[in-house]
Design a binder for this molecule. Structure first.
Ligand code: NAI
Length: 396
């Protein structure tokens, strides 16, 4: 079939297998040029199909030849209906990995559930014995608690006061003011239940109790801080409360892994266009200004550049360069004073009329469509493509 983008708000309902495969190939090529002896060998990535998780899987496999198991929640294709992009990404990754002699298998299902945890555990036992790294890169709007069956929904709201600021509809380029009402106490608790650290800890507890974590095991989850501009709705909002909980969990995990000298870390990453971040109000305007400034300064990075730097210059380097709160900071370039001062100045000037010049709206849009395999250089979108694509190492 011929597949074209069909968008609704901040989601795209279709995705393109060839474009997704090309994106994956570009990331593989980037890491291939930066091989290392000094990386993980047996890696479990939770949230492995898109964004930072996919980049972590590729960096592990192609940086230090790691065997990887990927867990994700993606929609398979049916006749006439393309899969979600993470499906095509994972298919492309595994196809290439197998060709290159790398072990790669995947599990598609709800990582919050006991069933998927048990299935993953069995696969580790059977195929890898032990893992030396677990990347926790889930971004989900909902979670059903595996023990109580309670369903939690996360929300993106400020805590305390109504938040009013500008945002952009990146499809139309319209800059307009939005107001978001403050959260209730339930909203905060629900968001912590979805995006906080409980599920990460559950994974670690299970894998530890079954003795599949290797000596010196490391685990990393991803967090975000961002500028004062977005603070009320992000870091000091409901999602920030969940990130506080996630960050606190890293220390608890380290404490619980003393016998094997295991370590839990949080890495604070840069703001990037992903399916998760395009859903957050205000962030698209911030990102389009940030991209402009960082590209001009030669400091722009995508997920793969960020994760390569995380692995090679922090996690597997001499010095993790932790901040005062014990976090790894690969948002260091985004948060530089000079970069933030420029973004803040542009923010005050940003209107529907000025944004195309002072911001990188085109870069934002392009990255958004790229997530779904569209607008990818070198792909012929007029060519008929088979929407039914299998993931070779997918476990049933
Ligand atoms: P993403 O939307 O690209 O990836 C989410 C992944 O989670 C996908 O692999 C998806 O299949 C998987 N997933 C979602 N629900 C699942 C479930 N129930 N069971 C199994 N898998 C599930 O998101 P992104 O942006 O890469 O986010 C990953 C982490 O990085 C999040 O914690 C996010 O807060 C953090 N982060 C994101 C930043 C950004 O600007 N995008 C910046 C800094 C941190």
């Amino acid at each position: 079939m011929i597949i074209e983008p069909r968008t609704r708000g901040f989601i795209c309902l279709t995705s393109h297998p060839t474009g997704c495969a090309q994106n994956v190939q570009n990331q593989i090529d980037y890491i291939r040029q930066r091989p290392t002896e000094n990386g993980p060998k047996n890696v479990l990535v939770i949230g492995a199909s898109t964004g930072f998780g996919l980049a972590s899987r590729i960096t592990s496999a192609y940086g230090s030849k790691a065997s990887t198991i990927g867990v994700f929640f993606e929609k398979p294709p049916t006749k006439g209906r393309p899969a979600s992009p993470g499906w095509y990404n994972s298919a492309a990754f595994e196809k290439q990995a197998h060709k290159d002699g790398l072990y790669a298998k995947s599990i598609n299902g709800d990582a919050f559930s006991n069933e998927i945890k048990t299935q993953t555990l069995e696969l580790i036992k059977e195929d890898l014995g032990k893992i030396d790294m677990l990347i926790y890169s889930l971004a989900s709007p909902v979670r059903t608690h595996p023990d109580t069956g309670e369903r939690f929904k996360s929300v993106l709201k400020p805590i305390g006061d109504t938040f009013t600021n500008n945002t952009v509809d990146f499809h139309t380029g319209e800059v307009k003011e939005i107001s978001i009402e403050p959260s209730s106490d339930d909203d905060i608790e629900n968001t912590i239940a979805v995006m906080g650290g409980e599920d990460w800890q559950m994974w670690i507890d299970l894998l530890k109790s079954e003795n599949v974590l290797a000596e010196d095991f490391k685990t990393v989850a991803y967090s975000y801080i961002g500028p004062s501009l977005t603070e009320a709705v992000y870091r000091k909002g409901t999602i920030g409360a969940a990130k506080d909980d996630l960050e606190a969990t890293a220390f608890k995990i380290t404490d619980s892994l003393k016998e094997i000298n295991g370590k839990g870390y949080v890495s604070v990453n840069k703001a990037l266009v992903t399916q998760a971040s395009s859903a957050i109000p205000v962030i698209p305007l911030y990102i389009s200004l940030l991209y402009k400034v960082m590209k001009e300064e030669g400091l722009h990075e995508g997920c793969i550049e960020q994760i390569e730097r995380l692995f090679n210059e922090r996690l597997y380097a001499e010095d993790l360069q932790l901040d005062d709160a014990g976090r790894i900071r690969i948002d260091d370039w985004e948060m530089r004073d000079d970069i933030q001062a420029k973004v803040l100045k542009l923010w005050q000037e940003a209107t529907t009329e000025t944004l195309p010049n002072i911001g990188d709206l085109e870069g934002y849009k392009n990255d958004f469509f790229n997530l779904f395999g569209f607008n990818v250089d070198g792909v012929n979108y007029d060519k008929d493509v088979d929407e039914i694509v299998a993931i070779p190492g997918l476990q049933e």
